[in-house]
Design a protein around this ligand. Structure first.
Ligand code: NAD
Ligand code: TDX
Length: 342
């Protein structure tokens, strides 16, 4: 695998993967295909060697461009997406266009040229799980986590568009022999995450003198994984995964939103209750939890960033040290939320 295309490689997780490959696999050259939407940022690729990383600014739904690039590639690792649930509730249309039509465009080109495809997806395609406190036996039994066999029942326009794209990939594998794998990962955190997302929004709120905003009661649980662990998992699946298989990526990082916010406040020297409760997200998924035993036992992957508090502190430090990366966008992002009562 010498020449790979990374779609969405100027976004949060895609750019982390590009850095990971450049630093760990010197034989690989990367073409990043990214539209540079509000979520894409050239700065995320700064400092990478120009002879190994080439940024093509373009749309994954542009069939002509995609055909030209895929023709000369050994593999496509597909991260590009509209990725924010709250945005999908305001206007679903770009989610349908990029996540569904865009994925369709890529797999058609990969089918034509017999190119290996890895589809990066989310645990949200499986809908949500009951809170552990509401489970019989306090949730210690079976059936408490998502597995690759879990039923698809997405809740939001975002997650249903990702579910649609997963199903297209599965059908292209079965009907056309597309050489594809799929991964469904839990919530990522780390540097370079857009400030519309929960953790960076609250960190940059505190740094801007704005009170953090918690949706609803804060009981909703997310299963956090450091984005570096996600990148290593995707590389493992790309190189060792079995064609046609789905792998779930997670690091046993379940925490409710209130706990996460209190940790951020504590680590930033604020009182534990220095936040506001705001309007809940419509259709807000209750709990996500990943069973990643297939990835661990079959492909030998293990997460390395298992101390959430330490990873969070590093993330806070990164936003403190890189104000110029986020400051210009802060007012606009908060105005959009305020307009929505959040
Ligand atoms: P992001 O919003 O930070 O980045 C998305 C990138 O895709 C941006 O660089 C953007 O410019 C690009 N893009 C958007 N539309 C495009 C188009 N039509 N053509 C080309 N490029 C386009 O998202 P992220 O959080 O880095 O997520 C990346 C992928 O990982 C997504 O597929 C997402 O569903 C998946 N994922 C994310 C998480 C998470 O916690 N953030 C968890 C699991 C899976
Ligand atoms: O201000 C906020 N307050 C708040 O309480 C925001 C922005 C969010 N929340 C809550 C909603 C969620 O329960 O925090 C949790 C995390 O929210 P997001 O960061 O928006 O992530 P989520 O909706 O869980 O989806 C994320 O993980 C799965 C990514 O954005 C998706 O791309 C990925 O597929």
């Amino acid at each position: 695998m010498k020449n790979i295309i990374v779609t969405g490689g100027a976004g949060f997780i895609g750019s982390n993967f590009v850095h990971y490959v450049v630093n760990n696999h010197p034989e690989v050259n990367i073409t990043v295909l990214d539209k540079l939407t509000y979520a894409g940022n050239r700065a995320n690729l700064a400092g990478l060697p120009a002879d190994r990383v080439n940024l093509v600014v373009g749309d994954i739904a542009d069939a002509e461009l995609v055909d030209k690039l895929v023709k000369n590639a050994d593999a496509v690792v597909h991260y590009a997406a509209e990725s924010h649930n709250d945005n999908s509730l305001i206007d679903p249309s770009p989610f349908i266009q990029t996540n569904i039509i865009g994925t369709y465009t890529l797999i058609e080109a990969c089918r034509k040229y017999g190119v290996r495809f890895h589809h990066v997806s989310t645990d949200e395609v499986y809908g949500d799980l009951p809170l552990r406190e509401d489970l019989p036996g306090r949730g210690e039994g079976e059936g408490e986590k998502f597995t690759p066999e879990s039923r698809y029942q997405p809740s939001s326009p975002y997650s249903s568009s990702k579910a649609s794209s997963d199903l297209l990939v599965r059908a292209w594998v079965r009907s056309f022999g597309l050489k594809a794998t799929i991964s469904n990962c839990s919530n990522n955190y780390g540097p370079y995450q857009h400030i519309e997302k929960f953790i960076p929004r609250q960190i940059t709120n505190i740094l801007s003198g704005i009170k953090p905003k918690l949706y609803g009661t804060g009981k909703n649980v997310r299963d956090w994984i450091h984005t570096n662990d996600h990148s290593r998992a995707v590389w493992t699946i790309l190189t060792k995964g079995k064609i046609g298989e789905t792998y779930l990526i997670g690091a046993d990082g379940e925490k409710n939103n209130k706990e996460v916010l209190e940790l951020i406040l504590q680590e930033m020297g604020q009182p534990k209750d220095a936040y506001e409760m705001v309007k809940d997200r419509p259709g807000h998924d209750l709990r996500y939890a990943i069973d990643s035993s297939k990835l661990r036992s079959e492909l030998g992957w293990e997460p390395k960033f298992t101390n959430f508090e330490d990873g969070l502190q590093d993330t806070i430090n990164w936003y403190k040290d890189n104000e110029s990366w986020w400051k210009d966008e802060k007012a606009e992002v908060e105005a959009k939320y305020a307009n929505n009562g959040q």
